[in-house]
Write a protein that binds this ligand. Structure first.
Ligand code: CA2
Length: 148
């Protein structure tokens, strides 16, 4: 049987990781982050489906497709769409895909508009400010809380 799959969803501008603003987001590139998470996933016996998009509708599509494919859940860093996107909130609620909201930076130590999330209240949990370790915590939590 195929290993259970977790969607790791990255929103707008996260393709710039490690290239711009290393003082805020660190010097690890998106590819390096994905490789690190893949190592953890292999240890835990799950697979990761990595999706990054700068387009809101593509992020909605990825959530719907993950749910239709029977993915175990999602680790979601929706970037700036976290703070604005009713469409992503609706997709997460509508699909009932269990998810952990993750932010590399501590959004509560930043501008007040980043303190608002359209999805925190429907997430299993939220990890903010721990960099790559936040994604790892999200993956571990999904594996530990999975039903079936
Ligand atoms: O801290 C996070 O992970 C954020 O989700 C990142 C978003 C920001 O809008 C959220 O408030 C918090 C921004 C992602 C932009 O990523 C960049 C990475 C490197 C260089 C420039 C942008």
């Amino acid at each position: 049987m195929a290993a259970p799959t977790i969607l790791v969803l990255q929103g707008p501008n996260l393709n710039l990781l490690g290239v711009r603003e290393p003082e805020v987001y660190g010097s690890t590139t998106l590819t390096q982050l994905q490789q690190r998470l893949d190592l953890l996933a292999a240890e835990l016996g799950v697979r990761l489906r990595h999706v990054q998009s700068n387009h809101e509708g593509e992020l909605v599509d990825a959530i719907q497709i993950a749910a239709a494919d029977g993915c175990l859940g999602a680790v979601v860093n929706a970037g700036a769409y976290t703070h604005t996107s009713v469409a992503l909130r609706d997709a997460l609620i509508g699909t009932a895909l269990p998810f952990v909201e993750v932010h590399l930076s501590n959004v509560f130590a930043r501008e007040s508009f980043r303190h608002v999330s359209m999805m925190s209240d429907v997430a299993l949990g939220v990890v903010t400010g721990l960099g790559a370790a936040g994604y790892e915590a999200g993956i571990r939590a999904l594996v530990e809380t999975r039903v079936g």
